[in-house]
Design a protein around this ligand. Structure first.
Ligand code: HEM
Length: 146
């Protein structure tokens, strides 16, 4: 019995035990998000120009809202690139799993256009189906920084 255990231990050591590195190509990982083929979704820069910039229905980039001076909680900034980066930092856009971005979540989005219980824009509670649909289409297209 003792002899067979040491033979087994020897065989195990000879085969490299449990820390053998898998050989061969990495298994193909499913992409986190595949944009629809029709490419009809608005670009983020369109969303910014129509819904997030100062003077728009969402006007997040307004001073004392999410624009300087006096941005609250997160900063949208005065360009689409700055606002995209600010929304990523705020957790509104999920770059690793874009289709699950918070801004488009009907239960958790802070935006009342998307989630009726949302509280943003802070100074307006008017629904905006066009804004909602544009944001949902962009997120379904994998929320690109375009
Ligand atoms: C589409 C546009 C907007 C988005 C995506 C947005 C998003 C957010 C988020 C994620 C927060 C933090 C969590 C929350 O309180 O829900 C927040 C807080 C806040 N936002 Fe907005 N916001 C927008 C527009 C505005 C506007 C226009 C104003 C000003 C009139 C504003 C003022 C504020 C303030 C004061 C807070 C802090 C609220 C508190 O402390 O309870 N936001 N916003």
């Amino acid at each position: 019995m003792k002899q067979s255990i040491s033979v087994l231990a020897l065989a195990f050591a000879a085969c490299g035990g449990t820390d053998r590195q898998p050989t061969g190509p990495e298994p193909e990982r499913e992409p986190a998000c595949t944009p629809p083929a029709d490419a009809s979704a608005p670009a983020y820069s369109d969303l910014y120009a129509s819904y997030f910039a100062a003077g728009t229905p969402g006007h997040c980039a307004t001073a004392h809202c999410h624009g300087a001076p006096g941005a609250n909680v997160w900063s949208c900034g005065d360009s689409a690139a700055d606002c995209y980066a600010g929304m990523v930092r705020a957790g509104l856009i999920n770059v690793t799993d874009p289709a699950r971005s918070l801004i488009a979540d009907p239960q958790r989005s802070p935006l009342l256009w998307v989630n009726q219980a949302g509280d943003m824009p802070f100074d307006s509670n008017a629904p905006l189906p066009a804004g909602r649909d544009a944001i949902l289409a962009w997120v379904a297209a994998c929320a690109p920084n375009d």
